[in-house]
Ligand binder design. Structure first.
Ligand code: ATP
Length: 253
């Protein structure tokens, strides 16, 4: 399997705190990888480095062989990297549909706001069709005109994933997608991600504290602890790894 993402020697320090220390990670095209680790392990910081929200002091991030550090941060999404956030980050002033349309704007010539302002009516129609198709796929069509703040938390998580997918990413980074879901909602949610992965042939990295969820979803698991990668391999082996058990003890929910 060709590596879509190749991270090597990644080190990110915030003042005296080393959030990532020489992390190497290769993710093959089409893989679904779980990223686990206790609080403060560096998981979100790794996502921040992959999306250029952080500029690591050392190391490289290659996407399909291209060094992301050489790109302006706003071009990273255009290269096909999309993410969701630990706490959903939907735009409160926009409807659910408009939120998803905003996610699609990287493909637009006039851009989302230009389209929304009527500068390119055809473009806006195309964005709207993309958004509505995604909302239908997620069973969210009935909420298209609602403000996101009126929806249950679990539903806003789905809208956020739909928004990330609207950009047509090659690499989807999900930061604690199951966080805040009711236990009864988790298996169906895992099924949805599995289907998206299979049907869209996406490459996905999922950060998750919910170990049962991530272990059931991903064949391969990577574990970080205090900025170091301490395990990387098949889920069955990683879940039994004594270093992983020690690091993650107490984070199972
Ligand atoms: N912007 C920042 N400024 C200073 N320190 C930061 C910043 N972002 C992260 N850190 C520190 O870097 C370390 C790694 O944090 P990070 O949020 O990446 O961990 P995490 O594994 O995602 O944790 P959690 O599971 O709690 O979300 C922590 O010690 C955190 O306090």
């Amino acid at each position: 399997m060709a590596a879509l993402l190749e991270v090597s020697g990644l080190t990110m320090r915030f003042g005296g705190v080393t959030a990532l220390s020489g992390v190497d990670l290769a993710v093959g095209e089409g893989e679904l990888v779980g990223l686990i680790g206790p609080n403060g392990a560096g998981k979100s910081t790794l996502f921040d480095c992959l999306t250029r929200r952080c500029a690591p002091q050392e190391g490289r991030v290659l996407l399909a062989g291209e060094d992301l550090a050489r790109l302006p941060a706003h071009r990273v999404a255009g290269r096909g990297v999309a993410r969701t956030f630990q706490n959903t980050a939907l735009f409160p002033g926009l409807s659910v549909r408009e939120n998803v349309m905003a996610g699609a704007h990287r493909h637009g010539r006039a851009g989302f706001w230009g389209a929304a302002l009527g500068l390119a009516a055809g473009e806006e129609r195309r964005l709207r069709e993309t958004a509505d198709a995604l909302l239908a796929r997620f069973g969210l069509g009935e909420y298209a005109d609602h403000p996101p703040e009126a929806l249950p938390y679990g539903t806003t998580k789905l809208v956020e994933i739909a928004r990330a997918l609207a950009a047509g990413p090659r690499l989807l980074l999900l930061d604690e997608p199951a966080g805040g879901l009711a236990p009864a909602e988790v298996p169906a949610f895992a099924g949805l991600i599995r289907r998206l992965h299979a049907e869209l042939r996406l490459t996905i990295v999922v950060v998750e504290h919910h170990l049962d969820f991530v272990l059931s979803l991903c064949r391969r698991i990577v574990c970080l602890e205090r900025g170091h990668k301490i395990a990387d391999g098949p889920a069955d082996a990683v879940r039994r790894d004594p270093a992983v058990v020690a690091a993650c003890l107490g984070v199972t929910r």
